[in-house]
Write a protein that binds this ligand. Structure first.
Ligand code: URA
Length: 198
């Protein structure tokens, strides 16, 4: 596969390679490709497609994507002007009855997908990369870093970046007041990232 990847010149070339590749994680029926314009102010990197993303074949269309869209709007960010993608291109899951339970990718799985993400970001060339959560940070730095401590502007090996939480984390905060606070902090992060990319 690497041989063919050497000939990748455009995002369309890269997407063709990704779409044709076997999933490297258990589950995932199809690759979910990044979406959005080239040379955007902001590119968002998530973890992996979820159930809805796998069904629809588009990134951030499920519950986490809806929170992200709402937060972007509140932060004054035009979602259509941003590039959205994931560290891992396939949905990793475990069947549980009729449901498909999300499984976090291992460090090795994240590493496997890194070449693609790196190339993708070269080709998309955003002004600033927003890493959503630990998997994105792992993919962008090669390191396991604590998100809450790392949160804020961040240099991803020479690329301007910003670290924040994953929107699905906001769905899991159990206490209502804490959830509202976490969401407000997320909106603030997005606004700060947008200001840096201006
Ligand atoms: N969570 C992600 O990290 N990415 C998606 O595309 C959807 C949910």
């Amino acid at each position: 596969a690497r041989m063919r990847e050497d000939h990748v010149r455009t995002l369309a070339d890269l997407n063709a390679v990704i779409a044709a590749a076997e999933p490297f994680v258990t589950g995932g029926t199809r690759a979910v490709l990044g979406e959005g314009p080239l040379k955007p102010s902001l590119a968002f990197v998530g973890e992996q497609p979820g159930d809805q993303e796998d069904v629809q074949g588009r990134p951030f269309v499920g519950p986490a994507g809806q929170i992200l869209a709402r937060a972007m709007a509140e932060a004054g960010i035009d979602r259509d002007a941003c590039y959205l993608t994931n560290a891992v291109k396939h949905f990793k899951f475990e069947p549980r009855g009729k449901r498909r339970l999300h499984k976090s990718p291992t460090a090795g799985e994240v590493r496997h997908y890194r070449w693609w993400l790196d190339k993708e970001l070269d080709l998309v060339a955003p002004k600033l990369i927003v890493a959503l959560g630990a998997t994105a940070v792992q993919a962008l730095t090669g390191k396991a870093l604590p998100i809450i401590k790392t949160r804020g502007p961040f240099d991803f090996n020479g690329r301007a970046g910003f670290v924040t939480v994953h929107p699905s984390y906001l769905l899991r905060v159990p206490d209502e007041a804490a959830k509202r606070e976490a969401y407000a902090a997320f909106v603030e992060d997005l606004a700060a990232a947008a200001a840096l990319a201006r």
